[in-house]
Design a protein around this ligand. Structure first.
Ligand code: FES
Ligand SMILES: [Fe+2]
Length: 363
């Protein structure tokens, strides 16, 4: 694990009880500076393994998922051979999306602009009406490939030409998921929420339960804060908590909550899971992409499944509102950095360690 940065000085503008024992947050400029955002895209989102979607969206040949990842449209599909394949969703003709953003099933990859057709290996096989030597055009034209891996139904992509070690990238995730049964969950629904904040602002909110009693009254009914803790491990952090007495039956959304570096949360409940991808869309904008899966999709299970989603929406709204308030203040030029709680914010400290390591990487 990385060594953490400890505070040596506080912003000079106000009284401070700065202690050398407490960790400081990363600087406020890192949450809004366009150059820093671009650098994080290059060194992190375009270089490392990222969780892209759950395999439940890709059950058989022809199924595809087309999502934009940190500004780059990506396409993952199941080929005729049953294997998952990944491409940049950028037509080699004049740069249109090949397939519209979303998920579904298709026989061929037909570009939405002039109709060029690619096979499921990404090779151009038709350029209708192009004229000239179409065969030779097809022979030399393919979609740009993206690396794909699948672990327990979790589909990862890497845009780098030479990806880093996959095993190192997912760290302790396989151990943390052991026995969770996530590979058996079935697709139920997706949702997307636009956020006016930097991706790190939202991740930090996920990395601590400190705010639960103030911000999430519905969740606070169930969670016993005296036992609440965040346990960082290699590249992940796990939330652990006991429940308030008598709430064991009622608690809809408690279970296993795991964060995976850099931008994913796996919220595993009694009856299913919400895979939450925090997708950066700009220095101060982010998209939350949710995929809900449940064990039981029967009519009888529907009310319980809906209850889980409803509570998740309520909690998400509360988190979005506070993150957007925080983002404005991070950009307002008054706040530079703050001290993190040694009791509650060790997960934030770990996240900041990894962010600092990205910033320190050679270009
Ligand atoms: S941009 Fe794809 S066919 Fe023209
Ligand atoms: Fe929250």
């Amino acid at each position: 694990m990385l060594t953490s940065f400890r505070s040596t000085q506080m912003p000079s503008t106000a009284k401070s009880s700065a202690s050398a024992a407490n960790h400081l947050t990363i600087p406020a400029t890192w949450y809004h500076d366009a150059g820093i955002y671009k650098m994080e895209c290059e060194k992190l989102f375009y270089s490392e393994w990222l969780l892209f979607c759950h395999e439940t969206l890709l059950p058989s040949p022809g199924h595809y998922v087309a999502y934009t990842v940190a500004g780059r449209p990506i396409l993952v599909l199941r080929g005729k051979d049953g294997q998952l394949k990944g491409f940049h969703n950028v037509c080699r003709h004049r740069a249109s999306l090949v397939l519209k953003e979303g998920h579904g099933k298709t026989e061929v990859l037909r570009c939405m602009y002039h109709g060029w057709v690619y096979d499921t290996n990404g090779d151009l096989c038709k350029a209708p009406g192009f004229g000239g030597d179409e065969k030779s055009l097809c022979d030399r034209t393919s979609l740009f490939p993206v690396h794909v891996k699948n672990v327990d139904g979790l589909v990862f992509i890497c845009m780098a030409a030479k990806p880093p070690s996959f095993e190192k990238s997912i760290g302790d995730l396989p151990a943390a998921l052991k026995g969770s049964g996530i590979e058996s969950f079935k697709f139920f629904d997706t949702a997307a929420h636009p956020l006016k904040c930097n991706w790190k602002t939202y991740i930090e909110n996920y990395m601590e339960g400190y705010h639960i009693p103030i911000l999430h009254p519905e969740l606070n009914r169930d969670v016993d804060m005296a036992t609440y803790k965040v346990v960082p491990a290699e590249r992940i952090a796990r939330h652990e908590t006991g429940l308030k007495p008598g709430r064991e039956k009622e608690a809809a959304n408690t279970g296993l909550w795991i964060w995976l570096w850099p931008n994913v949360a796996l919220n595993i409940y009694k009856n299913g899971m919400n895979l939450e991808i925090v997708n950066p869309t700009g220095p101060e904008t982010t998209e939350l992409r949710y995929c809900y899966m449940f064990k039981d999709l029967s009519k009888e299970a529907e009310p319980e499944n809906r209850k889980t989603i409803d509570l998740s929406f309520t909690v998400t709204r509360q988190d979005i509102d506070i993150c957007e308030i925080v983002q404005k203040n991070l950009h307002a030029g008054v706040y530079e950095a703050g001290e993190l709680s040694p009791r509650h914010e060790n997960g934030v400290v770990y996240f900041h360690d990894l962010v600092r390591a990205v910033h320190a990487k050679p270009a």
